[in-house]
Design a protein around this ligand. Sequence first.
Ligand code: G16
Length: 543
Amino acid sequence: MSIQSVATRPFSGQKPGTSGLRKKVSVFRQPHYLENFVQSIFDTVPELRGGTLVLGGDGRYYNRVAVQTILRMAAANGVAQVLVGQGGLLSTPAVSCVIRTRGATGGIVLSASHNPGGPDEDFGIKYNVSNGGPAPEKITEAIHARTEAIEVYRTVDAAELDLDTLGSTELAGMSVEVIDPVADYAALMEKLFDFGAIRALFASGFRMRFDAMNAITGPYAHEILEGRLGAPAGTVVRGTPLEDFGGAHPDPNLVHAHDLVELMMGAGAPDFGAASDGDGDRNMILGRGFYVTPSDSLAVLAANATLIPAYAGGLKGVARSMPTSMAVDRVAAALGLNCYETPTGWKFFGNLLDAGCITFCGEESFGTGSDHVREKDGLWAVLAWLNVLAVRREPLADIVRAHWASYGRNVYTRHDYEGIDSAVADELMADLRASLQSLPGCVLDGLSVTSADDFTYTDPVDGSVSRKQGVRVAFSDDSRIVYRLSGTGTQGATLRVYIERHEADADKHGLDPQQALAALIVLADRIAGITSRTGRPAPDVIT
Ligand code: G16
């Protein structure tokens, strides 16, 4: 088989966002579009020549086509071996796990995460480095720079490989091993958690519902929850990955996982409910009649970490993204741990995890994880909760309420304004930034502004600096408002407004956050002029 060099021209806009390059399928389908980006990865990461690449995706529309394209290009670019998930499937945390357990050079994840899938919907591609985590900014920036200068990509002329049969084959001198997507990951989970205790919990009549949202975690959840842990058949719903996620939005939040939420809030709800997203890295946690915010989930898991075998010796430290609530900071202070505040994007946790500064980390965007891999991990969070529940044998809601009683409650909400005009969104953020210097000392609706800035992060491990990571305004009553634009959307701009206040008074812990934060919500609109600028009277999604 001969290597072909195909002439091409740069496409504009191949800039990875918060987590890889995400675009409409129609954009990826343009001749040479995917190839240009993939060649830019190979050109930017020369170690892949002669190395091992892990390859897989969440099974969304275009996954199979992209896997075949990447396999041909990997062979032409001198990759020695590709480990590809059966059917082209691998969850994002499983890619991270396989990279680490097999000592691979890196991995390519095909996913647009929680964005919908199908011919008219979204696709995405992301490069992960040898620690198993998303490539840091210096690499994604280099890949982007390469896409702007690319003139040629390499491929081989070969028939499609059979991706459905486990085992090894060869493509133009490159070894291709089709691996079981679940095996390495399930073995790792079994090492971390007390499967015996969780099995006993299920055997005692404890019931849960896991909503895989027609996405990648279905096979993992069937094997681990129903197979290894003995949860009754039917515990996992929507457990077969579909190319279009059954037309649903595979985003585990109160809006898109409404069937699960309805079940958990209704009469006869099971003890525990959870959902995961398109590529399996996000999670949503519910108890009977009770929703746990991702920020609280991180804090409660950190406070209970020693109940889990892998973390029984205690945590090294914790980290959260800047807009995530400060609930975990209070746990860290009580346990005498360092708590790091990073920009949004899991990639920023990588250095802290590698350097042994932290064990747990999390984000408000339904991401929770630990040092076991270098991605956030939806099923890991579910198993961590199950392990805590198996040891404590208390209702989930009681555990969280007791946590609030000890630490106070960081009442929290996020308001998303989706698909707004990019120019309007950019102007809103620019004006906010321009007002920052004049805000401290102002009294707004009776609240005194103590600080206002645009978050700049200096990585404590390598000293790299990331600027303009979100505008934050803090007030004297332990409350704050954060504004930033999403880096994962594919249409227009999405403005995210994060609102939080620490409530020490236990009598007020039961209030609905929208009520408890009502005054701040009004103020958030006023400071940024959201309604007047966007014409939107209310957010599209509230979490
Ligand atoms: C990605 C990143 C996360 C980030 C999230 C939200 O998640 O991996 O670290 O918090 O995007 O980003 P944004 O607010 O910019 O939309 P995922 O699950 O989409 O890969």
